[in-house]
Structures are given as structure tokens and as C-alpha cells.
Design a protein around this ligand. Structure first.
Ligand code: ADP
Ligand code: MG
Length: 269
């Protein structure tokens, strides 16, 4: 069963063609890491998956629903099962950090206040913001606001997470803790993840780490990418997917565009 299916999707804004006959699938429980230069159409793909944009042609199926055809009211319900982190994070300015993160949990009526508070504290801990629970968004830096958005997306433990450049602009230690959390959700919670990024280092970190539970604690350990199942890279260029494959296949590709892209973006040089 697939969590996300794009079939022959095309989209243009006026005469600017952004996606051409694009097809890919994201099997349930797997991870897709999507690269592409700025303007390639990465954010557009995530917005199409959420039904925030509609394609000119093609079919888009998410969690079994044809989102390209769904009426807006049904889309709202469908999005409740998806955690999303946008590049430009819209927080509610009149709510505290904790209220922003717990917002969707309040709608899940089977949770007690104590359970909601516990989960909010837990995810704020993941992103290093446990001390900031009572602050207002206006009193946060850009990077901190991003981390609140990530915590909010994770709070309800959705089975499908869409990350739009979650790491960019964050300091490396915070980035790693978020990477570890993404790995943990994938390996221990069976979450399906699409990570859009141009941070190649973080993409390979995610592909080369595995979360394991030992004696009740979660360890994130370095492994060979081939030992991590279900992770594939997608590279988007000129409206099409020019590469799909494993980390190893990407690194050994003879394609001149991929070689140059990796050389310029992947440390160490
Ligand atoms: N709502 C819109 N109206 C017009 N053009 C848009 C819109 N959204 C995106 N685009 C254009 O589509 C292209 C892909 O955008 P985007 O998906 O945001 O790129 P990125 O890969 O950097 O995320 C860009 O050229 C952008 O200007
Ligand atoms: Mg983008």
C-alpha cells in the first residue's frame, strides 16, 4: 500500500511549467528524500500532496484519497492525519509556544489534559525548546519558530510527515536532534516521511542512521545506508525526477548533473 502516489502530474503557472508528467510513489512506512535546486518545484509537490494546489493534469493519491479531486471540506479532514512543516511556518501569534504545539491534540477527544501537556513537553524537548513553552511566537527567533513548527507537526504522531526544508538555517546541534527524531519516527513508529531538503549533509545523516530501542531507551546509531530499509532519494530537475534510488546509487551515479550537484553540496570537499 502506498501513502503517496503521483501519476503523470503536470502543473504550470501561466506559461511557466513547473512539473512535467511527474510520477513517483511513497510506500507506507518508507522515506523519500527529495533534492532539487531552489525553484525546482519541491514545495509545489508537497502543496499538491496536501491539496493546497491542484494539478493541471494527472492523479494524486494520498492515504488512499484522490486529493486532486477532493472538495475542500474533505481535504481538511484528510490533512488532519498529516504532519507538515512548511518553509514559512505559520504559527498562531496569539497562542503560546505550547498552545501552538498542542493545538491539534486538543481536537483529539480521547486525550486528557495531562496527556496533552506531556506530549507537548516531549516534542518541545526534541527540538530543544522545553524552556520556551510559555513564550509567544513574536519573542522567538526565526530558527526557534521553525522548531516550534516541527514540534507541532510531530505532536499528534501522524502516520505521514511532510517536511519542507526542515533543517535549513538551524544550528548544527539542533539540526542533528531533529534529524534523530525524523530517524526515530521512521524506524520505531513506522511513519511515512517525505523530506524535501537541499541540505545534503542532513539527507545523508538520515539515510545512514538507524534508531533502535534498547532497554527502554532509544539509540540512534550510524550504520551503512544499505542497512536502512525503505529510504530512497529523488532528485528533481526541470520539472521531472531525474534520479530515484538509494544513497549508494546516488553516490555512484555517473550522471554529470548529479556528480556536480553532490560535489558542490556534500562535505567533505
Ligand atoms: N502560487 C504560485 N504562483 C506562481 N508561481 C509559483 C507559485 N508557487 C510556486 N511558483 C513557482 O513554481 C516554481 C517552483 O516553486 P517551489 O516549489 O516553491 O520551488 P522549491 O523547489 O524551491 O521549493 C518556482 O519558479 C516558483 O516561483
Ligand atoms: Mg521550497
Amino acid at each position: 500500500m502506498n501513502a503517496v502516489v503521483f501519476e503523470h502530474v503536470s502543473l504550470a503557472f501561466d506559461d511557466h511549467v513547473v512539473l512535467r508528467d511527474l510520477s513517483f510513489t511513497v510506500p507506507k512506512g518508507s522515506m523519500r528524500i527529495m533534492f532539487g535546486v531552489s525553484g525546482a518545484g519541491k514545495s509545489v509537490i508537497l502543496k499538491l500532496a496536501l491539496g493546497l494546489l491542484r494539478p493541471d493534469e494527472g492523479r494524486i493519491t494520498v492515504n488512499g484519497f484522490r486529493v486532486d479531486q477532493m472538495p475542500e471540506v474533505e481535504l481538511l479532514a484528510m490533512r488532519a492525519d498529516i504532519g507538515m512543516v512548511f518553509q514559512e511556518n505559520a504559527l498562531f501569534d496569539s497562542l503560546t509556544v505550547a498552545e501552538n504545539v498542542g493545538f491539534r491534540l486538543l481536537e483529539e477527544h480521547d486525550l486528557t489534559d495531562a496527556q496533552i501537556d506531556g506530549r507537548v513537553a516531549e516534542v518541545l524537548g526534541f527540538v530543544g525548546l522545553d524552556e520556551f513553552a510559555d513564550r509567544m511566537p513574536a519573542a522567538l527567533s526565526g530558527g526557534q519558530r521553525r522548531r516550534v513548527g516541527i514540534a507541532r507537526a510531530m505532536a499528534s504522531k501522524p502516520k505521514l510527515l511532510l517536511f519542507d526544508d526542515p533543517i535549513t538555517g538551524l544550528d548544527p546541534l539542533i539540526a542533528w536532534s531533529i534529524d534523530d527524531e525524523i530517524v526515530t519516527l521512521r524506524d520505531l513508529e513506522d511513519v511515512t516521511t517525505v523530506v524535501v531538503t537541499h541540505q545534503i549533509r542532513d539527507a545523508f545523516y538520515i539515510a545512514e542512521h538507524r534508531a533502535v530501542r534498547r532497554n527502554g531507551a532509544v539509540d540512534v546509531e550510524k550504520v551503512d545506508a544499505s542497512e536502512v530499509e525503505g529510504v530512497e532519494f529523488l532528485v528533481l530537475k526541470d520539472g521531472s525526477i531525474v534520479f530515484q534510488g538509494t544513497a549508494k546509487e546516488l553516490l555512484t551515479s555517473r550522471d554529470p548533473y548529479l556528480q556536480e550537484y553532490l560535489y558542490k553540496t556534500r562535505p567533505p570537499w
